[in-house]
Design a protein around this ligand. Structure first.
Ligand SMILES: Cc1cc2nc3c(=O)[nH]c(=O)nc-3n(C[C@H](O)[C@H](O)[C@H](O)COP(=O)(O)OP(=O)(O)OC[C@H]3O[C@@H](n4cnc5c(N)ncnc54)[C@H](O)[C@@H]3O)c2cc1C
Length: 399
């Protein structure tokens, strides 16, 4: 891309300088001069009354590939201390649905050192195939090795869809693999569907700070890669299935790597386990104060539930950060979610709308939380919650 100033036309009026947000153009000796800050955005062209600025852009060419060569849905697992992250099984659930719609196989890919005895168990989650990339060094996560081994395999096998957990590990290797393959990658998807006409994967995710949901397609490149946060999809029912297992042994050596793991420091794990909680009682700004939160906590306690809340309650310091639910907090899918004084902003909903049963207590009958709630109680939570606590206690005593 190149940018030119026609000195004969330029009058040095300075409009272009005012239009430029990057200080990429200046007036020297009554003529506009482009400097190294220029981002080629073209804003200066709009400001020039004499059309003295010209940008030459290379024609953007879409490389045509034969999409029909790509078949199959892959889920790539990750693990820590030999425990596979549950998001991998959740993705097998969703991946199975996508594969069925496309009429293709579902493949589970795992890189590791000690999974020989676990492969049968993985097959219960429904994959048609398991590819086990085995090397002693893969006991631990090495970004470079994941990128190298996965890119090679994907180039050879040509899957059309690849699903990866949007965990710190997945967020590390997924974009690197996508870059190597020149493939599209949509991060943090909350919905995945197939467009039956085109076989494209429709990848939905919140955008513009969660105010809009965007559905993204990657129609010209393959594979279509998506990361999904834990808790968005459900793990499938385990069942007996015939699964083809393929083991690929690699002899990776530490000395060949550009990085070396010297020490793994376990961050102190929070005792809060919202992602796996069966019942969550969550409070919002409507709770009114930190002291009032004790009532929400008591409701959680009598129900044997985890306590959660909206971002506002964390910002107000009523609740710890690790209890925030939503786009910038945890994604949860309990059997029962009770929202007390939460309005139901989209950023909150994306984190909890997959809950099996949602009960909302809100004094505003038009609050958006009622659009996703299965049961709604319109009223003041300060009156309703103590009654609920009382009734639950009474019923417990009867048992
Ligand atoms: C980039 C970005 C990321 C975000 N991420 C998150 C996120 O992860 N999680 C999240 O929650 N938010 C997030 N937000 C903030 C989100 O937009 C909302 O501001 C927030 O969810 C609102 O919290 P709330 O429902 O507690 O408060 P409000 O929207 O103020 O709602 C309070 C509700 O309580 C009700 N109420 C008041 N008094 C009572 C009463 N006595 N009895 C019953 N009901 C009562 C009101 O009618 C109202 O509906 C994010 C925003 C942005 C821009």
């Amino acid at each position: 891309m190149s940018i030119f100033i026609d000195d004969e036309l330029c009058t040095g009026c300075g409009n272009c300088v005012e239009n430029c947000a990057f200080s990429g153009i200046e007036i020297i000796d009554n003529k506009a001069i482009i400097n190294e800050n220029c981002s080629f955005c073209g804003a200066c062209l709009d400001g020039c009354p004499v059309n003295a600025i010209l940008i030459e852009r290379e024609e953007f060419k879409i490389e045509k590939i034969d999409l029909s060569q790509y078949r199959g849905v892959w889920v790539i697992a990750e693990h820590y201390k030999n425990i596979v992250h549950p998001v991998a099984f959740q993705l097998l659930g969703k991946g199975g649905e996508l594969a069925k719609e496309l009429g293709v196989n579902l493949t589970f890919v795992i890189l590791g050192a000690d999974f020989d005895d676990r492969l049968e168990d993985f097959s219960l989650y429904g994959p048609d195939k398991i590819i086990y990339i085995k090397s002693p060094i893969l006991k631990q996560y090495y970004s470079d090795l994941y990128v190298e081994a996965l890119s090679d395999l994907i180039i050879k096998k040509k899957p059309e869809i690849i699903l990866i957990g949007a965990t710190p590990t997945g967020r590390d290797f997924a974009p690197r693999v996508a870059k190597r393959l020149n493939a599209g990658l949509t991060a943090d998807c909350t919905g995945l569907e197939i467009d039956q006409n085109t076989r494209n994967l429709l990848q939905t995710r919140p955008t513009f700070g969660g105010t809009l949901m965007a559905t993204i397609r990657t129609p010209n490149s393959r594979p279509q890669m998506a990361t999904v946060r834990p808790g968005i999809f459900q793990s499938p029912e385990r069942m007996r299935k015939k699964t083809a297992i393929r083991k690929i042994e690699y002899n990776f050596k530490e000395e060949d790597l550009v990085t070396k793991i010297i020490k793994v420091i376990d961050k102190e794990r929070s005792s809060v386990n919202l992602e796996e909680a069966e019942i969550i009682v969550a409070g919002g700004r409507g709770v009114g104060s930190k002291e009032n939160f004790e009532m929400i906590e008591e409701l959680a306690e009598v129900l044997g539930a985890e306590l959660g809340g909206s971002r506002v309650t964390v910002e107000l310091n009523w609740l710890d950060q690790d209890r925030q639910i939503g786009q910038t907090g945890k994604t949860v899918s309990p059997k029962l979610y009770i929202a007390c004084g939460i309005s139901g902003a989209i950023q909150h909903l994306v984190g909890m709308q997959n809950s099996e049963i949602i009960v909302a207590i809100n004094k505003d009958r038009k609050a958006p939380i009622f659009n996703v709630a299965h049961y709604g109680i319109v009223g003041d939570l300060h009156e309703i919650v103590p009654v609920l606590i009382e009734e639950i206690k009474k019923n417990k005593n009867k048992e």
